[in-house]
Design a binder for this molecule. Structure first.
Ligand code: PRP
Ligand code: URA
Length: 206
């Protein structure tokens, strides 16, 4: 497994805005969407394309065109903050949903929803902005593999060293794309310095 950290000043600036506790949900949502755009562009670098014949207004040419179906699967609810970016970039994308919620005391994730398209032959991106213990990500990736996904990447806004290590152990075939691998997890399994609870920041809940 490789971890691809987006090394772009704009991405890092947007991450700083998300981290800032003064950032209100309206701006948080907008920046999440924009940062997701940069992450998705990077994460789809490996999607298959073929050369096809087209005609420009001046002459025929052989042009590269995408040749692989893309599927994206946001992990509810925080992953929804990244979905709009994928829909804009790839209007024909297939979308699945996995609902996972961490128990506040144990930090163990349990599944409450799963609706997935067929994923054989797809390039599949799983979205969850926070890769903390890696429990949610690992469960989500197992669901995607059970649905036929083989060409898989996981896209997060922030990762922790523990989460990265867990995915390397449990899903060594999955590439991870993120903006930053933060320092550590707190006693309550929150990412430090992190940005708090992504879902709460996105939707203004507590
Ligand atoms: C958050 C986040 C991830 C998970 C990460 O979801 O969006 O899904 O925690 O933690 P982990 O790596 O330790 O599993 P949360 O359970 O808070 O649900 P929410 O998105 O509905 O707020
Ligand atoms: N989920 C979040 O939203 N934030 C964290 O720091 C860890 C898990």
């Amino acid at each position: 497994m490789s971890v691809h950290v987006i090394d772009h000043p704009l991405a890092l600036h947007m991450l700083s805005v998300l981290r800032d506790k003064r950032t209100e949900p309206q701006v948080f949502r907008q920046i999440s969407r924009n940062l997701a755009t940069l992450l998705i562009v990077e994460a789809t670098k490996g999607i298959r394309s073929t050369i096809q014949m087209i005609e420009t207004p001046l002459e025929p040419m052989q042009a590269p065109c995408l040749d692989q179906r893309l599927a994206v699967v946001p992990v509810l609810r925080a992953g929804l903050g990244m979905l709009e970016a994928a829909l804009s970039l790839f209007p024909e994308v297939s979308v699945g949903y996995i609902g996972l919620e961490r128990n506040h005391d144990t930090a163990e994730a349990h599944t409450y929803y799963c609706k997935l398209p067929k994923l054989e032959n797809c390039y599949t991106l799983c979205f969850d902005p926070m890769l903390a213990t890696g429990g949610s990500a690992s469960q989500a990736l197992s669901f995607l593999k059970a649905q036929g996904a083989t060409d898989l990447a996981f896209v997060s806004v922030i990762a922790s060293p523990e989460g990265v290590a867990r995915l390397a152990e449990e899903h060594p075939d999955v590439e991870v794309y993120t903006t930053c691998v933060d320092r550590e997890l707190s006693d309550k399994k929150y990412i430090l310095p992190g940005l708090g609870d992504f879902g709460d920041r996105l939707y203004g809940t507590e």
